[in-house]
Write a protein that binds this ligand. Structure first.
Ligand code: DGJ
Length: 758
């Protein structure tokens, strides 16, 4: 195999840029008119001084040419890097700026560039980062729209080959002219591809069924996913992949992108009449505009772009590594996560200090490490009708306040975590009574609510500051090790009463900047606290949130069988260490299903793991199982949370390289040194006279000998890695552990196999 240099080349004579490493090549060229063209993105190719022979172009009837008396050059069918609105490229633009006279045409042309080792921060925004300059090269290309004197700085960071084939892209506009401009569209990524022979893979869903995999072939016109809800949303995760139809988990070309951003987004693939594909990702232009006054800049968020020819698993591994190591930050980034007990499904709003302490006491006895007090501890919050916005302890329920309770929890030997929903307010609250104008609402229009709550205008600094003061006080005075940051409704009737008409298009973005600013203040002041983000479960599960909170509550749906699809889909982009997963009670509170305790644990083990039930309601047999589950997690959690994750069998019968009928799900994690692996196998319905059913494993060392210990009899079998990957495990084999419960062969049963090599 050729070793390609990890480099960004620039050839002055041909004005060519080549981002190159062992995983990819990304080639651009400046044409005779100064436009920045895309020449190639894909498998690495060797560098040359000139790639202009790769430029292809055809004229078409009805195209507009840029040349007078010469119809031979139009951008309509040219692959571009930063397509302008309103000129000869009549596809979807990357940029649209409105001048004072109302004109919206731009003409961005190459002006200069710089290449440097490492990567710079994006002010006020989450983004990938490097630990030292050797980890990445960055290319900044400055384009100029001469008429308005606006520069666009396109930034491309190529990460070292150890991070896989991944590029971070963003763009900044600076107004060096003297007009008051309005930016109406600025997409972070615009990538032109020469053909349309791809399947579009997306993660769609809703509350409690987040991130289910859907795929379809690309077709002429636009296929898009988006959010206009003010948060990235459970309906469409800001991710899409373009995979070749023959690509599957282990082989084939995949191009994929995700957004390091948590607000409104648009992700689309537009296929034109000659089958070229334009993949774009950015802040959704609808409801967006940004006043760009002379001397000011606007920074668009970062998009991550992956290329691999090794299938969907390599795509996921590339996202996992970067998100886990170079997007997530802080002390908890690389640490195995504490096993927690959250009281939400155990008590909902119905708790007293005594009841909480009783649960915590049992939690300690079974081996839980962190007790989390969820909603209902503050203000007049005894139901969802009141209290949001008043972050002071409810003295009726917690006579010793949070400080007192947290001390008592600490005395039991547990860490303590607390729930907040910082961005929201109930009308029945002190905060609302004092500041009714702080909610997002449009004057003289209906004020819509969800769950009796309203969204605070985080576009206003004083609002963010008030919430910061309240939260920081609690975090300072109590012993708090963990914060669950919830967000339970979308934004409606958006309007920013603190700003003039010319800035009303800024509210959604300013809102999310306010959320980021609060996260930044709290995570800097309380670096020891583990933050978990949440938005009615997985309603804001995105790379932007992971920058502040290294884990997120994956879904409010805690049913083990529903979780198979949710966690499988989520794993396309996000690592196991980011996925909050809890064992809950049966019948399950969301779907009413009865599943074995062992299966509930086996699914949640591939996550940050915890319990969301009243341990005091369990039988002594169940408590014994819980103890074994926790002991198992403690023994294996580094591997489970930080090992390499492989999807083996898809719960989505026919999509994304999955095979089978969707009745089985299998996945596994493999240690970096390939000496240990854990396989999870889950079946929905049991079968009579079951046919042989082998699951092929992945990621093992072919020549290592792996020992599998099964079942209560402790039978051991030794396989070679190549056997396990070529032939697999017969799924009728007993589990390595069922946590002390008898091995069940029933509906919703599961098997866990631990494989160990010398
Ligand atoms: C929604 C969250 O997803 C739940 O886990 C819980 O925290 C509730 N909100 C509390 O209101």
């Amino acid at each position: 195999m050729t070793n390609y240099p990890f480099a960004i080349h620039y050839e002055a004579t041909s004005r060519t840029f080549h981002l190159q490493n062992d995983n990819l090549s990304y080639i651009m060229m400046v044409d005779d008119y100064g436009k920045l063209l895309q020449l190639y993105f894909g498998k690495p190719i060797q560098h040359r001084e000139n790639f202009s022979h790769l430029f292809n172009f055809t004229t078409h009837a009805m195209s507009a040419s840029i040349l007078e008396y010469d119809s031979s050059y139009s951008y309509e069918n040219v692959k571009q890097e930063f397509p302008d609105f309103g000129a000869t490229d009549l596809r979807s633009a990357a940029v649209k700026i409105r001048q004072e006279n109302g004109a919206t045409v731009t003409d961005f042309r190459y002006q200069s560039h710089r290449i440097f080792a490492g990567k710079e921060k994006l002010a006020g925004l989450p983004a990938s980062y490097v630990k030292n300059p050797e980890e990445a090269w960055t290319l900044e290309i400055q384009l100029l729209d001469a008429l308005t004197n606006v520069t666009a700085t396109l930034s491309y960071t190529l990460f070292a080959p150890t991070f896989g084939g991944i590029i971070a892209r963003s763009v900044k506009l600076s107004n060096n002219g003297n007009e008051n401009l309005q930016v109406e569209r600025l997409l972070s990524l615009s990538l032109d591809l020469p053909d349309k022979n791809y399947e579009w893979v997306q993660l769609a869903g809703a509350w409690a069924r987040e991130r289910e995999i859907e795929e379809r072939p690309l077709a002429h016109g636009s296929q898009a996913i988006y959010s206009l809800r003010g948060h990235s949303s459970p309906h469409h995760n800001p991710f899409a992949a373009l995979k070749r139809p023959t690509a599957d988990e282990t082989q084939g070309e995949v191009i994929a992108t995700t957004f390091v951003y948590s607000g409104n987004f648009l992700l689309q693939a537009e296929v034109n009449s000659i089958d070229m594909t334009r993949l774009q990702l950015g802040i959704h232009p609808e409801g967006f505009s940004w006043q760009l006054l002379p001397g000011t800049s606007f920074q668009a968020p970062e998009a991550l772009l992956v290329y691999t020819d090794k299938g969907l698993n390599q795509m996921s591994a590339t996202f996992h590594k970067l998100l886990q190591k170079r997007v997530a930050r802080g002390q908890w980034r690389d640490q195995a996560r504490p096993i927690l007990l959250n009281n939400w499904e155990a008590t909902y709003f119905d708790f007293t200090e005594e009841k909480l302490l009783a649960i915590a006491q049992t939690a300690k006895e079974v081996g839980v490490e962190l007790f989390v007090l969820d909603d209902g501890w503050f203000g007049q919050r005894t139901s969802d009708r009141a209290g949001l916005g008043d972050w002071t302890p409810n003295q009726d329920r917690l006579p010793n306040g949070i400080a007192g309770l947290s001390q008592k929890i600490a005395d039991t030997g547990l860490k303590f975590g607390l729930w907040f929903e910082p961005e929201m307010v109930n009308k029945d609250s002190q905060l609302y009574r004092q500041h009714p104008d702080w909610i997002i609402h449009t004057p003289h229009r209906q004020q819509s609510q969800y769950r009796n709550q309203y969204v605070l205008n985080f576009a206003r600094e004083e609002v963010v500051d008030n919430i910061y003061q309240q939260m920081a006080q609690i975090l300072r005075e109590a012993k708090i090790d963990y914060v669950k940051w919830d967000m339970n409704r979308s934004i409606s009737e958006a309007f920013d009463s603190s700003r003039p008409a010319s800035q009303q298009g800024e509210i959604y973005h300013r809102y999310i900047l306010g959320v980021y600013a609060l996260y930044e203040r709290l995570t800097s002041e309380f670096p020891q606290i583990l933050f978990e983000s949440c938005a009615s479960g997985g309603g804001r599960f995105d790379a932007g949130m992971l920058y502040y909170a290294p884990q997120a509550w994956t879904s409010d749906n805690s049913d083990a069988i529903c979780r198979l699809k949710i966690q499988y889909g989520t794993s396309l982009v996000y690592p196991v260490s980011a996925m909050g997963a809890h064992v809950s009670i049966t019948p399950n509170h969301q779907v009413g299903r009865m599943t074995p305790l062992s299966t509930r644990a086996a699914v949640a083990l591939f996550g940050t793991f915890g319990y969301e039930l009243d341990l005091n309601q369990l039988t002594s047999e169940e408590i014994a199982q819980v103890k074994e589950q926790i002991a198992f997690m403690k023994e294996h959690r580094d591997l489970l949370q930080f090992g390499r994750f492989y999807r083996l069998r898809s719960p989505f019968a026919t999509v994304a390289g999955g095979f089978g009928d969707g009745n089985d799900t299998a996945w596994m994690v493999v240690a970096p040194d390939q000496r240990k692996a854990i396989v999870g196998f889950f079946q929905i319905l049991n079968k009579v006279d079951e046919p042989f059913n082998w699951v092929k494993l992945a990621g093992l060392a072919p020549d290592k000998h792996y020992t599998l210990t099964t079942g209560p009899t402790g039978e051991t079998i030794t396989y070679t890695g190549d056997e396990l990957m070529a032939i697999g495990i017969d799924t009728r084999k007993d589990s390595t552990t069922t946590f002390g419960a008898p091995e069940t062969r029933s509906d919703f049963s599961s098997r866990l196999w631990v494989l160990e090599a010398e």
